[in-house]
Ligand binder design. Structure first.
Ligand code: ASP
Ligand code: MG
Length: 404
């Protein structure tokens, strides 16, 4: 017998029929002899609807009140699911975040979980109850309702699984797992049986938005095995767990990509201490996130400096550079906001040579020019013209034998 935490997202709970289907899935898990804690999101679209409502009555709704409002979506689904379970003979009890003392800090709309009262939950489980807990919400020390940031129910589920030392945290969603790459770009993309936390973090932050990144970080920190499954299709899904020696046998686990990148280059920057700081300090002050950074070897006391930002921040970053560049005596500023990034991800890279050369050869064979390269222990990224994004992903998917 195991303790399983199951989380169901908004699409899985969007209609009465779907709520009943979730109840049946929960009962099927119970029938195997497991204890089950269910974490739910609000019905799909509900959190957006509530938020839009708030902005109709106030131009600047207070975040404390937004949290009171937005957290109601999950109160609807916990009660409905509990009713559906009880009606089918499965004893269940719903709880809001505050009721099970999911203590958070006071950062309204983006609170962080500090502590969970698992004692109470263990007592209920021992009585044979299924516990249905509202995701996305908590309470601070002053008894204010807080929320964890959009998509926060994943984090609630992982935090509960960690606090209760659950055997597995299952995230039911509308996709049946994590794929080698986006199947809309590569129809032959394959579902992965297993991927490690580190790889998932790389895949997630690069656009394969299956799971909230924070939830994966949390799972990794507390070593909670996570499984992504479809609510609509039977299957084993994808297990996300700590790295095992076996995993290194696989060279590349997946290909992540990011469409919305832009790059900025400063030509003829003085090759002196403090220059990188002067350039990027202002960018950071403006809250612009920088991704890749490349500085060339200096010649004649001058060097070139390139970095990438999200495309939405391109104009702002360019403006800032135009201001700083004059002070620094930079020769020229160049920018390009029609670029994309493709990354190979895999822990197997650590123990295999030649991944980069295979990648570069595959791209070269199809005439795709690489604009920037960056590497880490488990990732190689290239920046290319955005028109080559789809082609590049497809070529690499084939070159590394990732298809079905
Ligand atoms: N209902 C919240 C949202 O839409 C939390 C969640 O779905 O995980 O962001
Ligand atoms: Mg969601």
């Amino acid at each position: 017998m195991a303790l399983i935490v199951q989380k169901y997202g908004g699409t899985s709970l969007g209609t009465p029929e779907r709520i009943i289907a979730v109840a049946e899935k929960v009962m099927a898990t119970r029938a195997k002899g497991h204890d089950v804690i269910v974490v739910v999101s609000a019905m799909s679209g509900e959190t957006n609807r509530l938020s839009a409502f708030a902005h109709k009555v106030s131009n600047t709704p207070k975040e404390r009140e937004l949290d009171v409002l937005l957290s109601t979506g999950e109160q609807v689904t916990i009660s409905l699911l509990s009713m559906a379970l009880e009606d089918r003979g499965c004893p269940a009890r719903s709880y809001t975040g505050a009721q099970v003392h999911i203590l958070t800090n006071s950062a309204h709309t983006k609170a962080r979980i500090l502590e969970i009262d698992d004692q109470h939950l263990h007592t209920d489980l021992a009585q044979g109850l299924v516990l249905v807990i509202a995701g996305f919400q908590g309470i601070d020390v002053h008894k204010n309702i807080t929320t964890l940031g959009r998509g926060g129910s994943d984090t609630t589920a992982v935090a509960l699984a960690a606090a209760l030392k659950a055997d597995e945290c299952q995230i039911y969603t509308d996709v049946d797992g994590v794929y080698t790459t986006d199947p809309r770009v590569v129809p032959t993309a394959r579902r992965l049986d297993k991927i490690c936390f580190e790889e998932m973090l790389e895949m997630a932050s690069l656009g394969s938005k299956v799971l909230q990144i924070r939830a994966v970080e949390f799972a990794s920190k507390y070593n909670v095995p996570l499984r992504v499954l479809s609510s609509f299709k039977e299957g084993k899904g994808t297990l996300i767990a700590a790295e095992e020696p076996m995993m290194e046998k696989v060279l590349i686990s997946g290909i992540a990509f990011n469409r919305d990148e832009a790059k900025l280059t400063l030509l003829g920057v003085p090759d002196q201490p403090g220059i990188a700081y002067q350039i990027l300090g202002h960018i950071a002050d403006a809250n612009i996130e920088v991704d890749m950074i490349i500085q060339n070897i200096g010649a004649d006391d001058l060097t070139d400096f390139t970095f990438t930002v999200h495309r939405n921040d391109y104009k702002k970053a360019l403006d800032i550079l135009h201001h700083t560049a004059t002070d620094l005596g930079v020769r020229e500023i160049r920018g390009n906001d029609r670029i994309a990034k493709i990354s190979l991800v895999g822990v197997g890279m650590r123990s295999h040579a030649g991944v980069a050369s295979t990648m570069f050869k595959a791209l070269a064979d199809d005439g795709i020019n690489i604009l920037m390269i960056s590497t880490s222990e488990i990732k190689i990224s290239v920046v290319v013209d955005e028109k080559y994004l789809e082609l590049g992903v497809r070529i690499l998917h084939a070159a590394f034998n990732l298809e079905e």
